[in-house]
Design a protein around this ligand. Structure first.
Ligand SMILES: *[C@@H]1O[C@H](CO)[C@@H](O)[C@H](O)[C@H]1NC(C)=O
Ligand SMILES: *[C@@H]1O[C@H](CO)[C@@H](O)[C@H](O)[C@H]1NC(C)=O
Ligand SMILES: *[C@@H]1O[C@H](CO)[C@@H](O)[C@H](O)[C@H]1NC(C)=O
Ligand SMILES: *[C@@H]1O[C@H](CO)[C@@H](O)[C@H](O)[C@H]1NC(C)=O
Ligand SMILES: *[C@@H]1O[C@H](CO)[C@@H](O)[C@H](O)[C@H]1NC(C)=O
Ligand SMILES: *[C@@H]1O[C@H](CO)[C@@H](O)[C@H](O)[C@H]1NC(C)=O
Length: 441
């Protein structure tokens, strides 16, 4: 009895082995014809169009698969229906192997949409440069890149030197697929320190080294997203006529106090010491505002090479939050290309570069506040797409990926229908820092 049972089990095992052996040897018998064999390395142009999605997903995860597609979310309705009140939440399942998919650059560029960008002559004649700073994961940056990417522009990504080396490696593998994308990781950024400015300057230097004759430089961080197409950004920059768009208001006591004492760097933080600093200039010299802006090429040259910029940089190296005064102050120095010393503030809707909502602003944030600034979600979409500003700060995929994917779709559609979505140029000629350029009398 016992023996017979044992033989049976052995038999079953042998059968199982034979089955697995044949399965391995002749996968073609078992493969359903619509599936793509994982082990075959195909090139972009060899994959039938209808198989691209499944091939991509099986092999690399879902880097380009938007959660709105996976969940059949209708972005258009979210954007157009202003009465929508429920936040759509989707479980996030975005795992993507950028390192792997970028081994085949052509496939990567094709699948992630880099090769079907619509570029007009106007844009081609007006290249832009972007500097993106980040410290977290690579995938959201790849998404930003594929949204703003145009083959004639210049892109520099600075990854925090303190972040996981895999982030840098992933993005470097992306950069290898382009000749106009540079990825750096030289600086360990520290919150509210000069290192943030240093990272921006590195990207500005790279942009200057490039043979691309870009006309404006836009700095941004990984938690931001453009609200305008490349064409629209170009049109706005043309209206600026060489002027910068930098937030600027007179220095207040808060700003001056940040510069009264030296600060020391630890590995992760900046610490105030009791050592007083020798004042650099009177209060009237300093301006304060956002760390981000739209900088003319001339201004970037001035920032990188003028004596005043170097001296100011040296002075700010050990103060708190110098990124909120460095570009802003230089913009109002006599002789600064594209500069001005009038007030330009997001609070009075004068700052073109950024859409942002602070806790004390009289504007509704449907998302949530983090460090007093609004993180947008998909209920903000109808409002966001109507705003005249170039870039929205902030977006966070781990909080809401829908708003990000919908803006990607929205901008893509808009780039295909530039004639329908005409930019309201009159609007941009009425800002405090542009209106003098369009005086009619
Ligand atoms: C974009 O265009 C596609 C195709 O016409 C359409 O189905 C989709 O709803 C549009 N999306 C938005 C956000 O307008
Ligand atoms: C807009 O959304 C609301 C709430 O979800 C819904 O009741 C209404 O029917 C929608 N309107 C349109 C035109 O789709
Ligand atoms: C990070 O910084 C260190 C020290 O400066 C440097 O040796 C290293 O190359 C940097 N890492 C990258 C990826 O650039
Ligand atoms: C800051 O650094 C200086 C020079 O390295 C050192 O003398 C001083 O004790 C430090 N101060 C604090 C508060 O860490
Ligand atoms: C800033 O304003 C002062 C007068 O308030 C003026 O003398 C100076 O030229 C201005 N600078 C620039 C760059 O416009
Ligand atoms: C364009 O902007 C101007 C100035 O803000 C405004 O008066 C006008 O109504 C806008 N036109 C359209 C079509 O929105």
């Amino acid at each position: 009895m016992k023996r017979a049972g044992f033989t049976k089990r052995i038999l079953v095992l042998i059968l199982l082995y034979v089955f697995v052996f044949f399965y391995k040897l002749f996968p073609v018998f078992w493969n359903n014809s619509s599936r793509v064999n994982k082990r075959v390395i195909l090139h972009g142009d060899q994959i039938p169009k209808n198989l691209i999605d499944s091939y991509y997903r099986t092999n690399y995860g879902s880097c380009q698969h938007s959660v709105v597609k996976e969940n059949n979310i209708n972005c258009r309705r979210l954007i157009e229906n202003t009465t929508i009140s429920k936040l759509i939440r989707v479980s996030k399942s975005r795992k993507c192997e950028l390192n792997k998919i970028t081994k085949n650059c052509k496939l990567f560029r094709q699948i992630n949409g880099y090769e079907d960008k619509v570029v007009t002559k106007l844009e081609e004649d007006f290249p832009l440069a972007f500097g993106i700073r980040l410290h977290k994961s690579a995938e959201p940056i790849e998404q930003i890149l594929r949204i703003i990417y145009r083959p004639h522009n210049f892109y520099c990504i600075h990854v925090d030197n303190g972040s996981d080396i895999r982030v840098f490696n992933s993005l470097r593998s992306v950069a290898r697929c382009f000749d106009n994308v540079v990825v750096l990781s030289q600086i360990r950024t520290v919150y509210s320190s000069i290192r943030l400015v240093e990272a921006d300057l590195l990207c500005m230097k790279e942009a200057m080294k490039s043979t691309i004759q870009w006309k404006y430089f836009l700095n941004m961080v990984g938690q931001e997203l453009p609200l305008k197409t490349n064409l629209e950004i170009v049109q706005i920059c043309q209206i600026l006529q060489g002027r910068n768009d930098i937030e600027s208001e007179p220095a207040n006591e808060v700003l001056m106090n940040r510069m009264k004492y030296e600060h020391n760097f630890t590995k992760y933080r900046l610490i105030k010491t009791g050592i007083p600093k020798k004042p650099f200039a009177p209060k009237s010299f300093f301006r304060k505002g956002s760390a981000y802006g739209t900088f003319s090429r001339g201004f970037v040259g001035f920032v990188l090479s003028s004596d005043i910029a170097k001296d100011l940089m040296e002075f700010l190296k050990n103060v708190w939050a110098p990124e909120e005064t460095f570009f802003n102050t230089l913009n109002s120095v006599d002789g600064a290309p594209g500069g001005y010393n009038i007030s330009v503030k997001h609070g009075t809707f004068d700052f073109i570069s950024r859409e942002e909502i602070w806790k004390w602003d009289p504007v509704v944030c449907n998302g949530l506040f983090y460090k007093d600034i609004c993180i947008f979600n998909n209920r903000d979409l109808p409002w966001l797409v109507k705003q005249p500003e170039i870039i929205a700060n902030k977006m966070e995929g781990s909080y809401d990926q829908v708003v990000i994917d919908c803006i990607e779709e929205y901008l893509y559609n808009k780039s295909l229908q530039a004639d329908i979505f005409a930019l309201n140029k009159t609007h941009y000629k009425q800002y405090p820092h542009t209106k003098d350029l369009y005086k009619t009398t």
